[in-house]
Design a binder for this molecule. Structure first.
Ligand code: AMP
Ligand code: ZN
Length: 466
């Protein structure tokens, strides 16, 4: 069954065919490691994970590169302001390399908690300075770049077409009121490839233009080319990358190799919070830890992301996320119910589920529809191990760690009891010793109202959270 993917470059859903038979080469723009990644960022990496898993489910081998931006990402994507890493280092009174290591480690810890597959190659910008320099020198040689007092800039007037990815009407914008202040640039849309470092800049390297550092866009172009060649299959990122970062990556590659580096450009829409933008000033840039404080597991957040197609906005509220946490528990219970089941399901029915699932995931990763099929299986009244196995098979795409369902359910039932509850339990024990069944039942009801369920068994009294 063919896979169809939406390509931002052509603005259509296209049948996906790799450049090289069964091998797919992908590049994903990774995090800028100057701060904790928030749940909006993780929506982008959950999308990246789903794409990987869908391709693998279809039998493809992957060579996937994700970069770590640890230098060169200025405050505005269009080369304005300070380097984000240096700014964070100053604020935290640390070295930018320490900052990078600290946030990179936490990023990968969170990726693991989300059961996101790690790309085959993780490429740090600071470890690819030589490749980037070579790229820039190639652009100068080909006549696509020029030097100013600030650095080396890409000359967009040399391109046959700019922009190619976004719809933005550049001539109108240039003619409009947004006047660029840098008069040394030939066009306001020329962008920095290489930046001459101010005296107090910590991250800087020797170059033909003195101590300097790379621009953000050149990182991805140089690392993509190094590991995946002049052309590869898929490039991913968030929609914010379309108008500047990816547009400029394309410009750079065309300038050096004459080619648009990727065949498919895929972009994930933004996560919103309470119907609006996430922003530090609103205090709503939640991390996975913030969710866990409210008893929402990372995997529940992943499931939450499957409630909307990756190309539509998704609105996060704690209320809906908590509902998804409960849904995840139901999914685990449903899986275990089938795992213990003995009933037989006709092969025809299993095949039908499988085909429907494949059809939906191959339709531009339609996860909400795919989850619809998963829930249908969970709700199937016939308890059957065949259905449990089918869910496990589908979990190769979902990545919800269903095989460990029992462990998660057991853990969730282990509760640290508040003093008040412990006292009520003790009282109930005494009542039972005194054969005061009426009092025992009364206390059980009080506990239930307080959210604790009591089960009397041979081993004694078991307490679970309702
Ligand atoms: P950054 O670390 O800022 O370079 O961003 C990392 C990734 O997160 C990029 O792919 C962004 O497009 C993506 N991103 C940032 N904010 C959001 C959001 N609210 N929703 C979805 N993706 C986002
Ligand atoms: Zn990038």
């Amino acid at each position: 069954m063919p896979i169809q993917l939406y390509n931002t470059l052509t603005r259509t859903k296209e049948i996906f065919k790799p450049l090289e038979q069964k091998n797919v080469r992908i590049y994903s723009c990774g995090p800028t490691v100057y701060s904790y990644a928030h749940i909006g960022n993780f929506r982008a990496y959950i999308f990246m994970d789903t794409l990987r898993r869908v391709l693998e489910y279809n039998g493809y081998n992957l060579k996937h590169v994700m970069n770590i931006t640890d230098v060169g990402h200025l405050e505005s994507d269009a080369d304005e302001g300070e380097d984000k890493m240096e700014k964070a280092a100053r604020k935290e009174n640390k070295n930018p390399y320490e900052i990078a290591k600290y946030y990179t480690d936490i990023f990968f810890r969170d990726m693991e908690r989300l059961n996101i597959e790690k790309p085959e190659i993780i490429a740090k910008a600071t470890e690819h300075i030589a490749e980037m320099l070579e790229f820039v020198q190639g652009l100068i040689k080909n006549g696509y770049a020029y030097e100013t007092s600030k650095g080396i800039y890409f000359d967009i007037s040399k391109l046959d077409k700019y922009p190619v990815l976004s719809n933005r009407k550049i001539d109108e914008q240039i003619a409009g009121a947004r006047v660029d202040v840098d008069i040394e640039k030939k066009s306001p849309y020329d962008f920095a490839l290489w930046i001459k470092a101010p005296e107090n800049h910590i991250m800087k390297w020797e170059s033909p233009w003195g101590l300097s550092y790379p621009g953000w866009h050149i990182e991805c172009s140089a690392m993509g080319k190094k590991y995946l060649g002049d052309q590869f299959d898929i490039h991913t990122g968030g929609i914010d990358h379309i108008p500047t970062h990816h547009e400029n990556e394309i410009a750079q590659s065309k300038g050096l190799t004459g080619k648009i580096p990727a065949k498919f450009w895929m972009h994930v829409e933004f996560l919103q919070v309470d119907g609006g933008k996430m922003s530090k000033s609103l205090g709503n840039t939640y991390t996975l830890d913030n969710l866990q404080e409210r008893e929402i597991e990372p995997l529940a957040y992943k499931l939450f992301c499957f409630t909307a197609h990756y190309r539509t906005k998704l609105n996060f509220t704690f209320e809906t996320a908590l509902a998804t946490q409960k849904a995840l528990m139901r999914l685990r219970e449903g899986f275990l119910k089938h795992l213990e089941g003995k009933e037989n399901i006709e092969e025809k029915q299993i095949k039908e589920y499988e085909n429907k699932f494949l059809e939906t995931i191959n339709d531009d990763l339609n996860m909400p529809a795919a989850m619809g099929i998963v829930w249908e299986i969970v709700r199937n009244n016939s308890k059957s191990k065949q259905l449990a196995n089918l869910l496990l098979k589908f979990d190769k795409v979902l990545g919800l760690d269903l095989e460990n369902s029992k462990k998660y359910l057991d853990e969730s039932k282990k509760v640290e009891l508040p003093e008040e509850i412990k006292e009520l339990i003790e009282k109930r024990k005494k009542a039972r010793e005194n054969k005061d069944w009426a009092l025992s039942d009364e206390i059980r009801d009080i506990l239930k109202q307080k959210g604790y369920i009591i089960k009397d068994s041979k081993e004694g009294m078991l307490v679970e959270k309702a």
